[in-house]
Write a protein that binds this ligand. Sequence first.
Ligand SMILES: Cc1ncc(COP(=O)(O)O)c(C=O)c1O
Length: 151
Amino acid sequence: MNIKEIKEQFPILNQHVNGHPLVYLDSSATSQKPKAVIDALDSYYKNYNSNVHRGVHTLGTKATDAYEGAREKVKNFINAKETAEIIFTKGTTASLNLVAQCYVREFLKEGDEILITPMEHHSNLIPWQQAAKKTGAILKYIPFSFNIQLQ
Ligand SMILES: Cc1ncc(COP(=O)(O)O)c(C=O)c1O
């Protein structure tokens, strides 16, 4: 893996902040995009911006093909069995709410245990608190220490 080559794919990192080369570590909040993604977005807005899965006109068909093509690529990238397993949401909070409120709640029953850590972002805490409240499941925090040994 060539870190320099990977870094060069992210135009935003080609700048200095406070006199130092930019290092961005807030990816959970907003991830930076490589040029390929920026170019794809640019091309979408310039060439076929339209409603996916609704418009039957040319632009709508192009947008739908690109959208479904992305689903296929993600499926292959993470080695999923079917494209139907790939669900796009607006972000982490929406995804976790979907999992906690739709999928898992079907199976949760009174007395079941939901395990999270004391370090969770609200987006991975509130959905489970709500699921526990609704079902009678018990929310438990896995204890951990900061004595991590890096190899
Ligand atoms: C560590 C962490 N987890 C989760 C989230 C929630 O992400 P989203 O904005 O995609 O819902 C954030 C957002 O700032 C975050 O910083």
